[in-house]
Design a protein around this ligand. Structure first.
Ligand code: MN3
Length: 248
């Protein structure tokens, strides 16, 4: 190496970190941009809308970390793999779920697992709990008599799901209905007994509570009421009403 080259290399090395990080950054953002355009069928796992420990003491940090990072991430990945393999380009996901009977089990299980958890994280909030208000409360009172009666009925349904599944409040034929599904089935699917529009859901798989509550599912269910995000449920109800009005 002659002196000139050495000096040149030395100068570049001094600036090397900047140069190479710019290069890496440029390449990386190029790849990201390209893949955003190309992978139109990719379903992303949305960021959790609060910190892992934000629902404590009702839902613990460890459970949330495992549930979001392991279980939900796995459904998301497997759903994307299955959708890619089958060449499913249909979007939004509600269309896939509404026609799930025409797809293999992998779409039913992982598409359901993906969607159910996206909903579920939003059904909870550190500022949740208490009671709903406005039109949502009116509708609950109309159908169930009182918010307490609704909670009792929903809790009983969630408590008696045999094995793994979910409890739901849905709108079916313009009425509020409490229902349950097995495994990762979602009420939007065309294979469930009670098809309808989901307003509220509760995951009663053991992975949702076993770390903190072991086999005491009812402790977990009563803890859930302290974090229910009624604002989100109200917004879903308002969205459904708007859609129903447009179709009337
Ligand atoms: Mn789960």
């Amino acid at each position: 190496m002659d002196k000139r080259t050495f000096i040149k290399t030395g100068v570049l090395s001094a600036a090397g970190l900047v140069v190479s990080s710019m290069t890496v950054k440029g390449v990386t953002s190029g790849i990201l941009k390209k893949s955003r355009r190309r992978k139109r069928t990719e379903f992303i796992q949305p960021k959790l809308p609060y910190a892992f420990n934000a629902l404590e003491p009702h839902i613990d940090r460890h459970t949330m970390e495992l549930h979001y990072n392991m279980h939900h991430a796995s459904y998301t990945q497997k759903f994307n793999e299955a959708a890619k393999e089958l060449g499913i380009v249909e979007k939004p996901i509600r269309h896939i779920l509404a026609g799930v009977s025409k797809y293999p089990e992998s779409i039913r299980n992982n598409g359901g697992g993906y969607m159910n958890h996206v909903l579920f994280w939003n059904m909870m909030s550190p500022n949740g709990g208490g009671s709903p208000s406005g039109l949502l409360l009116d509708a609950i009172n109309r159908e169930f008599g009182s918010i307490e009666a609704f909670k009792d009925k929903f809790s009983a349904a969630a408590g008696t799901v045999f094995g793994s599944g979910w409890a739901w409040l849905i709108i079916k034929d313009q009425r509020f209905v409490i229902t349950t599904t097995q495994n990762q089935d979602n009420p939007l699917m065309d294979i469930v007994e009670n098809q309808g529009y989901p307003l509220l859901c509760l995951d009663v798989w053991e992975h949702a509570y076993y770390v903190k509550n072991q086999n005491r599912r009812y402790d977990y269910i009563s803890a859930f009421w302290n974090v229910v995000n009624w604002d989100f449920v109200s917004r879903r109800y308002a969205f459904w009403q708007k859609k129903a009005a447009n179709h009337a």
